[in-house]
Design a protein around this ligand. Structure first.
Ligand code: CA
Length: 597
C-alpha cells in the first residue's frame, strides 16, 4: 500500500472515511524515493515489447516547446519538475504505439497512476491531459493509440485505418491497454520504498498504487472498452461524453447530415439559424417554463417536448414572422428539425441511435454544416468498408447492420457484463452533457439502461449497478466542456480548468478517487464473507457520490470570478431550485429522488 506520507497531499479532498482507510493501510509503509530518471533509458518492459526511447528529467517550469510539444496547446511552462519517459510498444507483429509516462518527483507523487484517454481518431499523445494529471501529483500516462497524425489531439481523419486492421484494433482498445501494462511497470521501476535494498526487490512487488482512468469523447469509449475487456487495468474509470456504440453513433452523425444535405434541398437549415433562431425558440419553450429558472439551461431535456412549429413562417403562436431563413422556417425545414430530435429507428422499430436532446442547437452547426459531417463518414469509409471511395450519401440502416457484423477493431464498447470489473471493487463515474451536439446525450442514458437491464434480467441483482457505476447528466454542458451550464467539473478534456473548490465535492476525478479508496478500505472488513464475488460482491459503496457541484465562471474566464455553482445529480435525478436562497449557489438546489436507480 502507498505510504501515508505520500497520501498526505491528497487527504484534503478525501473524506474522513477514506483518510482513515489510508491511514490504516499505510501505517507500516516506508518513505518513497526514486531512481535516477535517466537510468530508465534503454530499459524494456512488458516482456521486452515496450522499449524506453526517452527518459529525461524535466525541470520545474520547463518550456515544452523545446521538445516539440507546443503544438498540442497547453502546457508550456507551468509544470512542476518531472521525469519524462517515452515508450515504443509493439502491439502486434505489424503495429506499434507510442506512449509517455510523466512521473512526478517522489515528494510530489500521490502514489497513484492516472491514464488519460484520447479524442476523435487520435494519433497523438494527449499532452494537455497528461499535464492535468501531473499537476495533481499523479504519475500520468497517455498513448497515441497506435498511429501518428501529428500534434492533433482529436484528428477527424481516419485514412490511416485503410488496409491496416491492426491499427484499428490499437485505436479501438489495444494500444491503451498495453500502455497501461507498461506504465505500471515504469512506475514500479522509478519509485521505490526505502525498505527495499535492491531495485529488483522494489520492482517485484505487486503494484502498490491505485490505477485510474479519465477520458472524454473517444476517451470515454476507451474507458468503457477497458472496463469491459481489461477489468484489471483500472480501479476507477471516469467516462466522459462517450460513444459506447461506435458503429451506431458514427452512422447517426452521417444520418443527421443526410437529413440536411444537399444544401439545395427545401429542408436545409442554414448554419447560422441554429444559434440565432432555433436555439432561442427551444429555450423559450423549455427553459424557465419547465424548471423555473431563466438561465439558458434546460435542466431536464426529457421534459422538453419542443414544438418547432412555433418557427413556421406566418402567424403562429401569437407571432408574425415572415422572412424565411431570417426569423422563420418553411414547413419542410420544420419537419426536418423534428426528425433530428427523434430517435433514428430501423424499419421494424429497432433503435439505431437516439436523436439530439433539446438545448444543444447552438453548437449543432459545427456538426451539420460542413462539406461532410465530422467523424461519421471517416469511420464507415476507412474502418467499416475499407474503401476510400465509399459515398457517405448512400448510408442507410443496412450499413449499420453490416458495421455491427464487422465491428471494426472491436470498436463497440457495448458489453453490459461488467461483473469482472465490479468484482475487483472497480468504480465508474460516467458523465455526459445534455447539450452535446456531437454525440447525442441519450447515448449515455441508453447504455446505462442497458447495463441495468443486464444486471436485472441476467445477473438477477437489480439495482446493484448503482453500487459501482453512476451516471451524471450535465445540464447545459456541450461536448466534454463548454456551454451555458456549470460545466467545470475537473473531467478529462477540460484542460485542468479550475473549480470553485478543489475537492471531491466539485471534482469528478477526486470524487472517483474518494469513492474507490473509501470503498476499498471498508471492504477489507467483510472480505472473509465473500465466497463468490461474481455473485455476491458485498462490497460497500464507500463514499459513492450523489451529486457533483459544477462551476460556471463568468464568460468561462476564471479570472472574472465564479458566475454560479450547481449540483449535477446522479441520473435519473435532476437538480431543482429550492425556491429560496441565492439561485447562483449550489446550496439552494436539491437532487430529489425521482427514479428507480
Ligand atoms: Ca433553466
Amino acid at each position: 500500500m502507498a505510504s501515508l506520507r505520500l497520501l498526505a497531499p491528497m487527504i484534503g479532498f478525501l473524506s474522513h472515511a477514506a483518510a482513515a482507510a489510508a491511514a490504516t493501510a499505510g501505517s507500516a509503509a516506508a518513505a518513497t524515493t526514486a531512481t535516477a530518471c535517466a537510468s530508465l533509458s534503454g530499459r524494456t518492459f512488458s516482456n521486452g515489447t515496450a522499449n524506453v526511447t526517452l527518459a529525461t528529467d524535466m525541470p520545474q517550469g520547463a518550456n515544452l516547446s523545446t521538445v516539440g510539444l507546443a503544438a498540442d496547446g497547453p502546457p508550456t511552462n507551468e509544470l512542476p519538475g518531472f521525469c519524462r519517459v517515452a515508450l515504443s510498444i509493439q502491439t502486434s507483429p505489424e503495429s506499434a504505439a507510442t506512449a509517455e509516462v510523466w512521473l512526478p518527483q517522489p515528494d510530489a507523487w500521490n502514489a497513484r497512476l492516472l491514464t488519460v484517454g484520447n479524442g476523435g481518431f487520435a494519433g497523438s499523445i494527449n499532452y494537455a491531459d497528461v499535464a492535468w494529471g501531473l499537476r495533481k501529483g499523479f504519475a500520468t500516462t497517455s498513448t497515441d493509440t497506435g498511429h501518428d497524425t501529428g500534434h492533433d489531439p482529436s484528428s477527424p481523419g481516419a485514412s490511416w485505418m485503410l488496409h491496416y486492421p491492426e491499427r484499428t484494433i490499437d485505436w479501438a482498445h489495444r494500444a491503451l491497454h498495453l500502455s497501461v501494462v507498461a506504465a505500471k511497470q515504469v512506475v514500479a521501476a522509478y519509485y521505490r520504498d526505502d525498505n527495499h535494498t535492491t531495485q529488483a526487490a522494489a520492482e517485484s512487488e505487486s503494484p502498490s498504487h491505485y490505477s485510474y482512468y479519465a477520458g472524454c469523447s473517444t476517451g470515454g469509449r476507451q474507458g468503457l472498452a477497458a472496463l469491459q475487456r481489461y477489468p484489471a487495468d483500472f480501479d476507477g474509470v471516469l467516462v466522459g461524453s462517450a460513444i459506447p456504440w461506435q458503429t451506431h453513433t458514427s452512422a447517426w452523425q452521417t444520418y443527421a447530415a443526410l437529413l440536411q444535405y444537399p444544401a439545395s434541398r427545401s429542408s436545409f437549415i442554414p448554419a447560422g439559424l441554429w444559434a440565432s433562431l432555433v436555439a432561442p425558440a427551444v429555450l423559450e419553450q423549455c427553459d424557465v417554463a419547465l424548471d423555473g429558472v431563466a438561465d439558458g439551461i434546460i435542466m431536464d431535456p426529457s421534459r422538453c417536448a419542443f414544438r418547432p412549429e412555433i418557427l413556421l413562417c406566418g402567424k403562429t403562436g401569437g407571432k408574425t414572422n415572415t422572412t424565411v431563413n431570417t426569423d422563420c422556417l418553411t414547413r419542410d425545414q420544420v419537419l426536418n428539425l423534428k426528425r433530428l430530435y427523434r430517435p433514428w429507428l430501423t424499419s421494424d422499430g429497432q433503435l439505431i441511435n437516439p436523436g439530439i436532446s433539446p438545448g444543444g442547437e447552438s453548437g449543432f452547426a459545427s456538426l451539420m454544416n460542413s462539406a461532410e459531417p465530422l467523424f461519421g463518414p471517416e469511420f464507415y469509409r476507412n474502418a467499416v468498408y475499407n474503401d476510400s471511395s465509399w459515398d457517405w450519401r448512400t448510408l442507410s440502416a443496412a450499413d449499420v447492420a453490416f458495421a455491427d457484423a464487422v465491428n471494426p477493431g472491436g470498436a463497440n464498447a457495448y458489453d453490459p457484463d461488467l461483473r469482472p470489473f465490479e468484482a475487483r471493487g472497480g468504480k465508474v463515474l460516467h458523465y455526459h452533457g445534455y447539450a452535446d451536439p456531437l454525440i447525442p446525450s441519450l447515448n449515455a442514458a441508453a447504455w446505462y439502461d442497458e447495463v441495468n437491464y443486464f444486471y436485472e434480467s441476467v445477473v438477477g441483482r437489480a439495482g446493484d449497478v448503482d453500487r459501482f457505476y453512476r451516471l451524471f447528466m450535465v445540464p447545459g454542458m456541450g461536448h466534454c466542456s463548454g456551454g451555458a451550464g456549470a460545466w467545470a467539473l475537473d473531467g478529462a478534456g477540460q484542460g485542468g480548468f479550475p473549480l470553485s473548490a478543489n475537492d471531491s465535492s466539485h471534482s469528478l476525478l477526486y470524487s472517483l478517487v474518494d469513492w474507490v479508496e473509501s470503498a476499498a478500505g471498508a471492504a477489507t472488513n467483510i472480505s472473509s464473507a465473500v465466497n463468490d464475488p461474481l455473485k455476491h460482491p458485498r462490497r460497500t459503496t464507500g463514499n459513492a457520490p450523489e451529486s457533483i457541484i459544477g462551476t460556471k465562471f463568468v464568460n468561462d474566464t476564471p479570472s472574472l470570478g465564479v458566475s454560479f455553482t450547481r449540483p449535477i445529480c446522479r441520473w435519473p435525478q435532476t437538480a431543482v431550485y429550492n425556491g429560496v436562497g441565492n439561485v447562483d449557489d449550489a446550496a439552494s438546489w436539491s437532487c430529489p429522488i425521482t427514479g428507480i436507480y
